[in-house]
Design a protein around this ligand. Structure first.
Ligand SMILES: [Zn+2]
Length: 312
């Protein structure tokens, strides 16, 4: 039996791992920087693949992309942090070079697959994964299938309107959940309140980060706590909508903001209970945090290849 080469393209790091086709323990794992002097991101990617290429036959290359991608054609629509890969036919380019099946998917969708197959979602058939960090991404597993949609562009759970006249989102639209509840959204809330004259230990801080706010909240800073409560309220509201649309048995939260623990989880739970149309949706329902850590993209890519190869 051959091996699977899993790749995760991140905004700062490229990761590659070789997995046995039926196992999650990597035979090899390598990383390199996404950006740098020449060459560009794609050449850096192929250099990494060449350097980890195994002796065993490679059954497939499976790759997690940080942006919307058409997984049916392997065409990247956009990669906000890596301009050279936007509108780029990565599937075609890799297939032409390596002559093995290429599978590519959005990183949040693949994280949902990874958590479902190997992580916090094990045993569930209907699952929602949401990552909350610089942006908010998501993936939906419905009846043991990853929801992709007609162009493979499902499920942008962060780009839903929750406050029509709210702040401008990274996508350009106004009032999206990502604009309010992502790391930059939480930071913006604090900066706006400080400008209004609200007192806080954060007033003297320059280059404010979500971590600073989280630490201030742990020390009892009221503004910092209010910032997480505000974000949590909108995340809970969005989740109530998702529960009614998809009726999952579990929601898994990943990304840096979810690591703030009860600071963000408690307001999410309270808001979810307040906004869900019927408490029956919450019976046996689990809200939890991701389990796979930094390797979630690689394991999601592995899961994608295993599913696709089995379906052939
Ligand atoms: Zn948006």
């Amino acid at each position: 039996m051959g091996v699977i080469l899993a790749m995760d393209i991140g905004g700062t790091q490229l990761r590659a791992a070789v997995y046995p086709a039926n196992n999650t323990t990597p035979l090899a794992i390598k990383r390199s920087a996404t950006h740098g002097q020449e060459p560009g991101a794609f050449d850096r990617l192929t250099a990494l693949i060449d350097s980890i290429w195994p002796q065993e036959p490679v059954e497939a290359i499976s790759i997690a992309i940080p942006g919307p991608i058409n997984p049916y054609t392997g065409f990247i629509i956009e990669t906000p942090n890596i301009s050279s890969l936007s509108k780029f036919p990565i599937g075609e380019k890799l297939a032409g070079r390596y002559h093995v099946p290429i599978f590519a998917g959005n990183d949040a969708n693949l994280a949902a697959l990874g958590e479902w197959r190997y992580g916090a979602g094990l045993g569930h058939h209907d699952l929602i994964y949401m990552t909350i960090s610089t942006g908010i991404g998501g993936g939906v597993i419905s009846n043991d299938q990853l929801l992709l949609g007609s162009h493979g562009l499902a499920a942008e759970l962060g780009h839903v309107t929750v406050l029509p006249d709210g702040p401008v989102c990274s996508c350009g639209q106004r009032g999206h959940l990502e604009g309010i509840a992502s790391g930059p959204g939480i930071t913006r809330y604090v900066i706006e309140k400080l400008a209004e004259g609200i007192s806080s230990s954060l007033a003297t801080k320059t280059n404010l980060t979500t971590l600073d706010i989280s630490e201030a909240a742990a020390r009892g800073d009221q503004l910092a706590r209010a910032a997480f409560a505000y974000a949590g309220e909108f995340i809970g509201l969005a989740l109530a909508n998702y529960l009614q649309i998809f009726n999952p048995s579990i929601v898994i939260l990943g990304g840096g903001v979810s690591q703030s623990g009860d600071l963000i989880l408690e307001p999410i739970k309270a808001s979810l209970q307040q906004h869900v149309m019927d408490p029956y949706y919450l019976e046996g329902f689990e809200l939890t945090t991701a389990r796979l850590g930094d390797d979630v993209g690689l394991l999601g890519a592995l899961a994608q290849a295993q599913i696709q190869l089995t379906a052939k």
